[in-house]
Structures are given as C-alpha cells and as structure tokens.
Design a protein around this ligand. Structure first.
Ligand SMILES: Cc1ncc(COP(=O)(O)O)c(C=O)c1O
Length: 397
C-alpha cells in the first residue's frame, strides 16, 4: 500500500529514546547536539521581527515561479559580496534548503539514478535522495594536513553510468572543511569529464573561522561558476538565524545554454508548488541587512566554545583530540581508541544527561579513531558543565 522508496525503521532509535527518557525524568540535560539557532538563544527581538513583517505589499499575491524580483535582487547582491556574479534571473526561491535539494534532484534525475555524496557529511542527504527515488554513492573525503580534502581517485571511482550529479557541502557539516582551489578543480574536472552537474550546499558560507573580523574578505561562493553546470543552494536558516521563516534558494550557474535549459525546467517544478510565502520574500532585504549583528554573536559563541574545548583537550588525561575546523558550527573530537561510539553516547545520555552525536551518524571513516561531534552553538555554560561529565564517562570506557 505504501511507497518502497524508503524502508527505514520509523520507530525511535535507542539514542532518541534515551534522550526522551532523560528529558522526561526531570534530571539535568546538557544538549550538545543543538542545530536550531532559535533554540540556542540566537533569537531576533520580537519587536524587530514584527517590524520587518509590516509591508503593504503583503496584501498582494504574485504567483511567480522564481519568486519576487526584489527578493532575488537581494540574494544576487549577497552573492556579489561572496565574489560571485549572480543575476536575479538565475535564482529560484524555495521554502528551505531541503526543498531546494528535492527540486534539483527532480530536475536532474530519474528513478534509479545516482548522485555522489561526500562522506563524512550532512546525514540528511541520503534521505533527501531516497525521497526522490535516487541512490546515493559516497565519495570519501580525505583527512590531509588536518583538513578534509576531496580525493580525486575516490571521486572518479564512485562515478557510474547512472551518476547524474556530485553533491558537495562547503563549508561541510560537520567537518567544517571548505572546498580548496584544488578541490574545486577536481570537482570541475570530474563533472566535465562525465557530464555531471555539481550541486553545492553553501548554507554555512558566512561562518568561516576568521570571518568575525568585519574587514576580512568573505568566502567566495561557487555560484559564480560559468563553465561547469552547477546548482548552488543557500538559505536563511544559518545565514540570518531564521529557520522559522522558511526561505532558501537555488542559483543555476554554468554555461548559458545549459543555464537556460535548466532554468526553464526549474520554472516548471517551482510553478507546480509555489511554496514560498510572500511575507518572507518582502522582508528579505531587512533580514539581510540586520543579520550580521546576530551572526557576530554566533561567531563569538563558536570561538568561546572552541577555546573551551581546546583547553579541555590540552589537559585531557584520556587523549581526546579536537580536529581542525575551517568553518561551520561543529567540533569534531577524536576519542580514545577502544571506545564504542554508540555505547559511549548512550551511556552519556542515560547516566549524565549529556547529548552528543556519534561519528557514525555522519559516516566518519572507519579507519579513524572513534569520534564524537559537539555543536559549537551549544550554550557555553552547558558545555562547560558537561565536560567534567564527559571526563567521568571516559573513565568508565
Ligand atoms: C549542510 C546543511 N544543508 C542544509 C540544511 C538544511 O537547511 P534548511 O533549514 O534551509 O532546510 C542544514 C541544516 O542543518 C545543513 O546542515
């Protein structure tokens, strides 16, 4: 009776159950997995947000598949700030980056086709693909000089006759790695050689480690690509700390002939759903203008938490190691060999109320020591209270 495009167990897994039980018990909880900025204390003031939504244009509905031109102009301007020439005509608004993924997969694939996904990376990619009846094949990123890099051989080896696209996440979640010039060359070469499209998720583009310095050059986006067919995805969830406003986008880039053909087809897909609300589109300019202040506060927390973790690792008797981060919101920590990630995170959740993500959740390489991932947007006090509890748990493993 139901679709077979996904067959996952829909019951809560042992970890989710342990977290729910701990919350229900009323005992202290230290949630270091938090990814939702609005639940981590980064909220727009109610007054500011309400003000931003007041616009006489909100009374009118223009069913425009790409989204309202004014909103797309603000996004094009955002890309100019990231060294990418993007025209408003190249942009389609969507309700979320996840929806953007579903549209670009509809654009590029047929059931049974394949897309290449980086590992380790954002776990939702597999689900987003499955919901479009698309298979994922992974290409492993390689840890080189403390940075995660694209491995040309692994990428080539993953291509099959059914491959249609290469997905990249830059800055990557959770490794925090940014595609280097060499990585970008490899991706372009492989895409051109096999006639593939690059899909680049840049939702963390504004969180480079040094970008708290307002004079620093913002990271360059891949959306300015003019040769290889490329679809760049971005959105407000991280950029403006507004996941609740449900606004994201797709930039179609590459050779003009390809771009035109892709844009027309995306128009058709977008026109079928028309999922973006008018109020958010009309407020976009204000949100772009004001979000740097909030991002600055986020960056301060990222630095403070990372500093705390570094100091903790330095004096840590168990040899926990903090991996380098180029950008993003996550800290990746290597745990002592011999620890079983699943047992360890379950123990922590049940006995100490500390919630962290195990490395396998992101497909960390099996050859690596066990790994855990901690969200750097966690509240500083929660993190500092949780670290001695993690130390205590390490003694038992
Ligand atoms: C790498 C990455 N892409 C996309 C998303 C989803 O973004 P949105 O809220 O716009 O769907 C997330 C959310 O955490 C993410 O980490």
């Amino acid at each position: 009776m139901f679709t077979r495009r996904f067959t996952w167990e829909l019951e809560e897994n042992a970890y989710t159950q342990a977290m729910a039980a701990r919350r229900k018990s009323g005992l202290p909880v230290f949630d270091l997995t938090i990814a939702n900025p609005s639940q981590a204390g980064f909220v727009w003031s109610c007054e500011e947000l309400s003000q931003s939504l007041v616009n006489s244009e909100n009374s009118f509905y223009a069913p425009e598949p790409r989204g309202l031109l004014e909103a797309r102009k603000h996004i094009a301007q955002y890309y100019h700030g990231h060294s990418a020439d993007v025209l408003p005509e190249q942009i389609h608004l969507t309700a979320s980056t996840s929806e953007a993924y579903s549209w670009v997969l509809k654009l590029l694939t047929d059931p049974g086709d394949e897309v290449l996904v980086p590992v380790p990376s954002y776990p939702l990619l597999e689900f987003l693909a499955a919901l479009e009846c698309v298979e994922t094949r992974s290409y492993s990123l390689r840890l080189k000089d403390a940075c995660w890099r694209v491995d040309a051989q692994a990428l080539e080896a993953a291509v099959s006759p059914r491959t249609r696209a290469i997905l990249c996440v830059s800055p990557n979640n959770p490794t925090g790695s940014i595609l280097s010039a060499e990585d970008r060359d490899i991706l372009r070469r492989v895409a051109l050689r096999h006639g593939l499209v690059l899909i680049v998720d840049e939702v963390f583009l504004d969180y480079e480690k040094n970008s708290d310095d307002f004079s620093a050059t913002p990271l360059s986006s891949l959306a300015g690509e003019d040769k290889v067919p490329l679809l760049a995805l971005g959105g407000l969830s991280k950029l403006a700390l507004l996941p609740q406003m449900k606004l994201a986008w797709i930039v179609t880039a590459g050779l003009e002939s390809w771009r035109e053909a892709a844009l027309k087809r995306l128009d058709f897909i977008a026109d079928t759903y028309l999922s973006v609300n008018t109020v958010s589109q009309n407020a976009l300019g204000i949100w772009f203008g004001q979000s740097p202040i909030l991002r600055h506060i986020v960056q301060q927390r990222l630095y403070a938490n990372e500093k705390l973790l570094r100091a903790w690792c330095c004096g840590n008797p168990h040899g926990v190691r903090l991996l380098e981060r180029e950008a993003g919101w996550s800290a990746v920590l290597e745990l002592p060999r011999g620890i079983t990630e699943e047992k360890f995170v379950l123990y922590l959740a049940k006995h100490a109320g500390v919630f962290i993500h195990p490395g396998y959740f992101y497909d960390m390489p099996v050859a690596m020591p066990p790994v855990c991932v901690i969200s750097l947007i966690s509240r500083e006090q929660e993190l500092s209270q949780a670290l001695p509890l993690i130390d205590e748990a390490l003694k038992h493993h």
